[in-house]
Design a protein around this ligand. Structure first.
Ligand code: SF4
Length: 215
């Protein structure tokens, strides 16, 4: 598949920022505690479902201290409609305990510390930093991965390598480009039946649209 040229990259950046420059995450949260939980739950699960689950969870456990003392079965029952809820419940409990025991109840806001929290990998840490601090970092979920490949921005096989490539290719505005690529992938460049003809504003830069035509 063809690679995006430097000119393509700059045009894609401009168009994504024009359309999504002010976009924010569709996850509902009011503070860092709620954000990190919502992001952790959103792995392999839709934001829509996470937003249905979190109100009751945040009501039962409104902060990291209460979550650290929670009963595991109770967390499981509150998040059971989420994919991988058993593991996610265990990780949420362990994450809260570690924040209380090691970080004095304050969720740390640097990547090295964040990735020591159970269930928080590099992608989750980056999404939290993007959302909460506007950090110039990239995070690659299923939407960003697909969009990056269709637009010829990356030919990497893993999400982490794609993240490194996108960081190198775009260099700046990474947090806003991340949000833009998520929304573009979620609503326009969808996995099945992407809206190439009707809605795509990046069609001239697409390297794979032909494979979605005339079926
Ligand atoms: S033309 Fe289609 S496949 Fe290509 S970027 Fe646009 S929506 Fe995605």
């Amino acid at each position: 598949m063809k690679k995006a040229t430097k000119r393509d990259v700059e045009a894609i950046r401009t168009l994504l920022l024009e359309r999504y420059g002010e976009a924010v995450s569709e996850l509902h949260y009011t503070n860092l505690y709620e954000l990190i939980i919502a992001v952790a739950l959103s792995a392999q699960c839709t934001d829509k479902r996470v937003n249905l689950i979190t109100p009751a969870l945040f009501k039962a456990y409104p902060n990291v201290q209460t979550l650290a003392c929670a009963d595991l079965e109770s967390i499981k029952s509150l998040i059971q409609s989420c994919s991988f809820f058993n593991n996610k419940a265990k990780n949420l409990l362990a994450m809260a305990k570690r924040v209380v025991e090691v970080y004095g109840g304050e969720i740390p806001l640097d990547e090295e510390a964040l990735i020591t929290l159970p269930g928080v990998g590099q992608k989750t840490a980056h999404v939290v930093l993007i959302e909460y601090t506007g950090a110039n970092v990239m995070a690659v979920d299923t939407h960003v991965f697909r969009v990056a490949h269709r637009l010829g921005l990356s030919q990497d096989e893993s999400a982490l390598k794609t993240e490194a490539t996108l960081t190198k290719v775009f260099k700046t505005d990474l947090h806003r480009l991340h949000q833009g690529m998520v929304l573009f992938g979620r609503y326009i460049c969808t996995a099945k039946n992407p809206k190439c003809e009707s809605e795509c504003f990046l069609q001239s830069y697409c390297k794979s649209k032909e494979s979605f035509k005339a079926r």
